[in-house]
Design a protein around this ligand. Structure first.
Ligand SMILES: Nc1ncnc2c1ncn2[C@@H]1O[C@H](COP(=O)(O)OP(=O)(O)O)[C@@H](O)[C@H]1O
Ligand SMILES: [Mg+2]
Length: 262
């Protein structure tokens, strides 16, 4: 597959307008971003600011009203279905809602193995299973009872970690994760970010969506603050935390509860 671009993902003047009986709502406004290969980007904003819609538009799950979304330099809205599927296989996606996202008929372990089965990786069944068990263990899920449990038997936090393992199973070049630690306690959040760091160290790019600016600055090198569908502030993660320029970003920082470092 030819792609000489240095970008893992990019958006150019992306607009997403939802129309419903209640009228129209512009969830994403003139949004542009670039994520270089191997880079990490966090998108931060309060609930309703358009983070989920932006992420879904980037992988072609939400059609933009105008503007362009690209993965590895390829426009996700003009790719032929087969090409889009191939491009998506290079990405891991962790949806925001872990309820309803996991296949209900599969155990946690089977759900993590499934992407490899669908992508027809040449891994043997044993190798696939070992990789899935290792990934789940990395994310703190080791008990046989949990690995053999179907989605209904898992807590929200456990489902989120199974989703993450599923998304990492094919060693994606790009991970797009939507509030992947929202249901974890503080110490588990830190452990999950550490797992993600290890995958970034092997060359994975990542877009990490969260409403928690402090977590964002730990998970990613660069932060974009989003407000009412628009880009509000962008910069180096540590700089934003120490020296936010936009009043809205300062508000976000002020709203972070002071907790002991996890
Ligand atoms: N499918 C949809 N139809 C209509 N409105 C939607 C839809 N999805 C999201 N929205 C609206 O778009 C706005 C942004 O939502 P969302 O992208 O989920 O924000 P966030 O992830 O930051 O909480 C919200 O006002 C939400 O109600
Ligand atoms: Mg969301």
């Amino acid at each position: 597959m030819e792609d000489k671009t240095t970008w893992a993902a990019s958006a150019e003047k992306l607009n997403v307008v939802f129309r419903s009986r209640r009228g129209t709502h512009q969830a994403v406004k003139d949004f542009s971003l670039c994520l270089e290969r191997g880079g990490t980007l966090a998108v931060v904003g309060q609930s309703g600011s358009g983070k989920t819609t932006l992420l879904r538009a980037l992988i072609g799950l939400v059609p933009p009203t105008s503007g362009k979304a690209e993965l590895f330099g390829r426009d996700v809205n003009t790719l032929a279905p087969g090409e889009l599927a191939k491009t998506r296989q290079r990405c891991g996606y962790v949806p925001q809602d872990p309820y309803g996202a996991l296949p209900p008929g599969l155990t946690a372990l089977e759900a993590v193995m499934e992407p490899a089965v669908i992508a027809r990786r040449s891994w043997s069944k044993d190798e696939t299973r070992t990789r899935a068990v290792d990934l789940l263990a990395e994310l703190g899920l080791t008990e046989t009872r949990i690995l053999n449990s179907r989605a209904v038997g898992l807590s929200g936090g456990q489902r989120q970690r199974v989703e993450l393992a599923r998304a990492l199973m094919l060693e994606p070049e790009l991970l797009l994760c939507d509030e992947p630690t929202s249901m974890q306690d503080v110490s588990t959040r830190g452990e999950i970010v550490a797992v993600l760091e290890r995958h970034v160290a092997r060359g994975m790019s990542m877009i990490f969506v969260t409403h928690d600016l402090r977590l964002a600055s730990r998970a990613a090198q660069r932060v974009i603050v989003m407000r009412n569908g628009e880009l509000c502030e962008e910069g180096d993660a540590q700089r934003i935390l120490k020296d936010a320029r936009h009043p809205y970003t300062r508000e976000l920082i002020a709203s972070i509860p002071v907790l002991p470092e996890a």
